[in-house]
Design a binder for this molecule. Structure first.
Ligand code: PLP
Length: 400
């Protein structure tokens, strides 16, 4: 098999009779048949081929084959969003009475889906700390079907031991589902560590420039793939061919971009670690991070999310955001543009104070999704607010 970067550029392409160099966009809802006999054969699956873009579209297929080649498995299904990838996986493979054990610091909408939506249909979830192996073990019940995680977690960068959790899942007849959105296959290959299903939000780094919403579900097992595919075919949270075209072009530069994001993030973390206004920093690429060795073993680089606490509380954290002139004040990430957010009052505002305390989301915490601007400009944009904090009277500086 070709190397990663070659697969990222070449996999999945099938040129048409027009000899196009880049992949075409097949913006068509349905496809025509040569004869009534062929229509019947396509509908009954006797003959492979395009039928209707809810479940067969050549541009979406090219995206799927390219992403599958990068994750190192046979099967990929494009979906309309990252959330619909999570939903399709759950509704296709679970039934009423089933149980999920999930990391509690998953993407916020995933936590809401598990707690508020799946629970209405009799699927219960137990949330545990991603690094607490004892908690994962004791949470498993006879009816548990999924262990579900993201690694590193967002925003605090905790690293799950994926191989260990894959063994735990398989010893208990469960599937390990990994949302690999923040690392992408350019940094981390969960299937090599025993994952059964990988989920993506293509909206983030696969697009990489903040244009389209999409997602994907990947598996090596054909039966798992067929169940998710049949759900999608019937229920319809399908990826649009236009979005698939943006994403499949995004995959061509994925590894270049990921390494550039990570280089800047590591450098920013190192510089922030030394700033007197920074009380604590969370980045798995720093030697001081408790799971640094594990992150180094599992990942090619450490991701684009840098979180840090300032001395003080909400007011001080907000002042750093409001002093920026370049960074985008938004909760999104995985973009060429660097973003900054205050998790406690945005992404984590709907959970209770107690849940925030448990998750370690303090009022003094800021999250930066490092983009592709020059690192010196990113640093100096943050330094404006941070430098001002170190100049406050000592009575305020010790308030933390
Ligand atoms: C953004 C995100 C999602 C949801 O993806 P959408 O494309 O916005 O639906 C799921 N998981 C993670 C880790 C994300 O960052």
């Amino acid at each position: 098999m070709e190397k990663f970067d070659t697969r990222a550029v070449r996999s999945g392409q099938r040129r048409t009779s027009e000899s196009e160099h880049n992949d075409p966009i097949f913006l068509t809802s349905s496809f025509v048949f040569d004869s009534a006999r062929q229509a019947a054969a396509r509908f009954s699956h006797e003959e492979e081929g395009n039928v209707y873009s809810r479940f067969t579209n050549p541009t979406v297929r090219t995206f799927e084959e390219r992403l599958a080649a990068l994750e190192g498995v046979e099967h990929c299904i494009g979906t309309s969003s990252g959330m619909s990838a999570v939903l399709s996986t759950c509704l296709a493979l679970l039934k009423s009475g089933d149980h999920i054990v999930a990391a509690h610091d998953l993407f916020g909408s995933t936590v809401s889906m598990f707690s508020n939506v799946l629970s209405k249909f009799g699927i219960q979830t137990t949330f545990v700390s991603v690094t607490d192996h004892e908690a994962w073990k004791t949470a498993i019940r006879p009816e548990t079907r999924f262990l579900f995680l993201e690694s590193p977690t967002n925003p605090l960068g905790e690293v799950a031991d994926i191989s260990w959790l894959a063994n735990l899942a398989h010893d208990n007849d469960c599937l390990l589902v990994v949302d690999n959105c923040l690392c992408t296959p350019a940094l981390q290959l969960p299937f090599e560590m025993g994952a059964d299903i990988v989920i993506h939000s293509a909206t983030k780094f696969i697009d990489g420039q903040g244009r389209c919403i999409g997602g994907a579900v990947l598996a090596q097992d054909k039966e798992l793939r067929d169940q998710v595919f049949n759900f999608l075919r019937t229920c319809g949270p399908t990826m649009s061919p236009f979005n698939a075209w943006v994403f499949l072009n995004g995959l061509e530069t994925l590894s270049l971009r990921m390494h550039a994001h990570c280089e800047r993030a590591l450098e920013l973390a190192r510089r922030l670690e030394k700033h007197p206004a920074v009380a604590r920093i969370y980045y798995p690429g720093l030697e001081s991070h408790p799971q640094h060795a594990l992150a180094k073993r599992q990942q090619k680089a450490f991701g684009s999310v840098v979180a840090f606490e300032v001395h003080g509380g909400r007011e001080e954290a907000w002042s750093v955001i409001d002093a920026t002139r370049i960074l985008s004040i938004t909760a999104n990430l995985g973009d060429a543009k660097t973003t900054i957010t205050h998790p406690a009052s945005t992404t984590h505002c709907r959970i209770t104070q107690e849940q925030r305390d448990l998750a370690g989301i303090r009022e003094s915490l800021l999250r930066v999704g490092v983009g592709l601007e020059d690192i010196d400009d990113i640093e100096s944009d943050l330094a404006t607010g941070l430098d001002a904090l170190t100049q406050v009277p000592p009575v305020r500086a010790v308030r933390c």
